[in-house]
Write a protein that binds this ligand. Structure first.
Ligand SMILES: Cc1cc2nc3c(=O)[nH]c(=O)nc-3n(C[C@H](O)[C@H](O)[C@H](O)COP(=O)(O)OP(=O)(O)OC[C@H]3O[C@@H](n4cnc5c(N)ncnc54)[C@H](O)[C@@H]3O)c2cc1C
Length: 293
């Protein structure tokens, strides 16, 4: 049943410090639910599946906005929308996040939906999440006790579970510099081009070393497990090898051991694994001219 709007209350903080105090104090009664773009929360309210009645509007927190390059790294405020991310000139060195941003929902959702909301919502199908994993992103979080930084790979602890305290907010995400010469690849497999939740979503980074062997390999997947995962065996099959049909075949076999997807409303396990293998083969082919895998 839909949640009645008349039962809901929204707190409007003046700034981030105020928001953190309100969030902390709310733990004594009913925890305030942080509200960013609302594109996930409003769906839950419409379905009557969100239990809370009190919200913390993050919009006034200017500290959660901004896309800034700092010594080759990029800091993206949690309130930045996918539309802003996709259009920002500083994003050019991190094209996978631009591609992911452009396929979240459609224009309306990209205008409201934020990267902080995508991370905190922690759906296994979140489109920005494999990108953050492939880029070795850091997530900055804050509470009344101060700020701390969590590597994205340690943030998701289980299905829709994050290593966040109840009174912590995501403040920003930080992307390290991508190694020179990196081959980067993003692919979302869904039912259609827009307004489609991923059946498989992939982000990959391959860096060739001096001798032509891959010296850095990241293969990150969404919708393939309860959390966003890297296929570590497939990465190991490619690392320190030169691009070759043999290495691609090893990676393909290893991928079948890494990924154990499930059947659900959006797809079945067999299709997901088959699609993932095709996506990886496509990445390997595209990453090395003349290599047919
Ligand atoms: C029609 C439709 C299509 C969609 N398509 C896609 C898609 O293709 N791909 C995809 O990945 N997602 C999709 N989504 C989901 C949604 O748009 C994204 O997850 C979006 O990034 C959520 O951001 P938001 O700002 O709207 O979050 P909100 O709805 O405001 O919040 C989501 C959750 O995050 C928490 N939260 C938000 N900000 C913070 C913060 N800074 N710190 C701590 N907690 C926080 C909230 O409390 C809530 O639990 C779709 C949604 C709709 C309605």
């Amino acid at each position: 049943m839909k949640t009645a709007i008349s039962t809901l209350a929204v707190e409007c903080p003046k700034h981030l410090k105020h928001a953190l105090t309100l969030l902390h104090e709310s733990l004594a009664t009913e925890r305030l639910t942080p509200l960013a773009g609302g594109t996930d929360l409003f769906v839950y309210l419409n379905a009557g599946s969100h239990r809370g009645t009190r919200f913390l509007d993050l919009a006034p927190c200017a500290e959660l906005r901004g896309i800034k390059a700092i010594k080759g790294r990029l800091r993206i405020g949690a309130l930045e929308t996918f539309d802003r991310i996709a259009r920002h000139p500083k994003m050019a060195a991190w094209p996978l996040l631009v591609q992911a941003a452009r396929c979240v929902g459609a224009a309306q959702i990209q205008n409201r939906g934020t990267i902080g909301g995508n991370i905190a919502n922690a759906s296994p199908a979140g489109d920005s999440l494999p990108v953050l994993l492939a880029y070795d992103a850091l997530v900055h979080v804050a509470s009344v006790r101060g700020e701390r930084t969590i590597p994205f790979r340690e943030l998701q602890t289980g299905y829709r579970q994050l290593a966040l305290e109840a009174d912590e907010l995501i403040v920003a995400v930080e992307l390290p510099e991508v190694p020179a010469g990196a081959k980067q690849f993003f692919r979302k497999v869904g039912t259609r081009a827009a307004q489609s939740i991923s059946k498989v979503v992939f982000a990959g980074v391959l860096v060739p070393g001096r001798g032509g062997q891959w010296s850095h390999v990241r293969l990150a997947w969404g919708s393939m497990a309860p959390i966003t995962v890297r296929s570590l065996r497939a990465e190991a099959a490619l690392l320190a090898h030169k691009p070759s049909a043999q290495a691609a075949a090893w990676a393909d076999v290893a991928l079948g051991e890494d990924l154990v997807p499930i059947d659900d409303i959006r797809s079945d396990a067999e299709y997901r694994l088959s699609a993932a293998r095709h996506v990886l083969a496509q990445f390997l082919r595209s990453s090395h001219a003349g290599f047919r895998g």
